[in-house]
Ligand binder design. Structure first.
Ligand SMILES: [Zn+2]
Ligand SMILES: [Zn+2]
Length: 247
């Protein structure tokens, strides 16, 4: 895979000083791709071939369903469904019992084939490409942009899925000396911030003890959502919210 730099969005995400800049970028990408899918992409033949073949995951069907363009969604889902019925027909035919000995092995592969047919998502594929590019940009900017390096070192780290991604991309694309430096900076940052949130989460639980009722919340009020988002990637609370739309 060839990576390209995407400096401006990465700098902007780090300026926002959130728990995971890559999650913030991921949500912005999802919003943008859902937008383009619902506004025009579904009318373009090339895109339609992709959506017919691959379809969408539950999250992205859900996000498109929340938009007002129900006809666009109906048209896309209709031709995708025709494609699914065609392949499901083949899958189910191939699973028809042909004789006593073939029956068991054919039967056992059917669930896998059906699951594989509904696996995959056009929007997830696009988001994944963009986030790989952003992770590559983070690793590169750390060594080439002093302003970014300072922001990175004072940032709150990233969520654990994006920690794994950053390390994976850094290992593939940096020299071994650079990778070691990046890995140790990221490890220190990540562990310090995990401990910070763990302490804030403990603070949240202690507020439920009547003896602490008068103590200030400090940074604990939204510690539950921040802890979950740090562990799993932004999925609850304000950090996981999609921008409002009127379309
Ligand atoms: Zn993240
Ligand atoms: Zn998806």
């Amino acid at each position: 895979m060839k990576y390209t730099l995407d400096t401006i969005p990465v700098l902007d995400a780090y300026k926002a000083d959130c728990e995971c800049p890559l999650c913030q970028l991921r949500i912005a990408c999802e919003d943008q791709y859902v937008d383009s899918m619902m506004s025009s992409a579904y009318m373009e033949p090339d895109w339609r071939v992709k959506t017919n073949e691959t379809g969408f995951c539950t999250r992205h069907f859900e996000l498109m369903f929340e938009r007002r363009n129900r006809l666009g969604l109906a048209l896309m889902t209709h031709t995708h469904m025709q494609e699914v019925i065609r392949s499901l027909n083949e899958i189910l035919q191939s699973g028809a019992p042909q004789g006593f000995f073939s029956f068991r092995s054919e039967k056992s592969s059917l669930p896998q084939k059906i699951r594989a047919r509904v696996d995959g998502c056009v929007i997830c594929d696009q988001v994944e490409n963009a986030i790989h590019r952003y992770a590559y940009t983070v690793a590169q900017l750390y060594f080439t942009n002093a302003e970014f390096k300072a922001m990175f070192e004072q940032s709150k780290g990233v969520c654990l899925p994006h920690l794994a991604l950053l390390l994976e991309i850094a290992e593939k694309t940096l020299s071994s000396a650079q990778y070691r430096a990046f890995q140790s900076a990221l490890a220190a940052l990540e562990l310090a911030n995990l401990k910070r949130i763990e302490g804030e989460l403990e603070g949240f639980t202690l507020k439920f003890d009547y003896r602490n009722a008068d103590k200030p919340w400090g940074n604990s009020r939204d510690a539950v959502e921040r802890a979950i988002n740090k562990l799993m990637g932004a999925c609850v609370g304000e950090a996981a919210q999609m921008p409002a739309h009127n379309d």
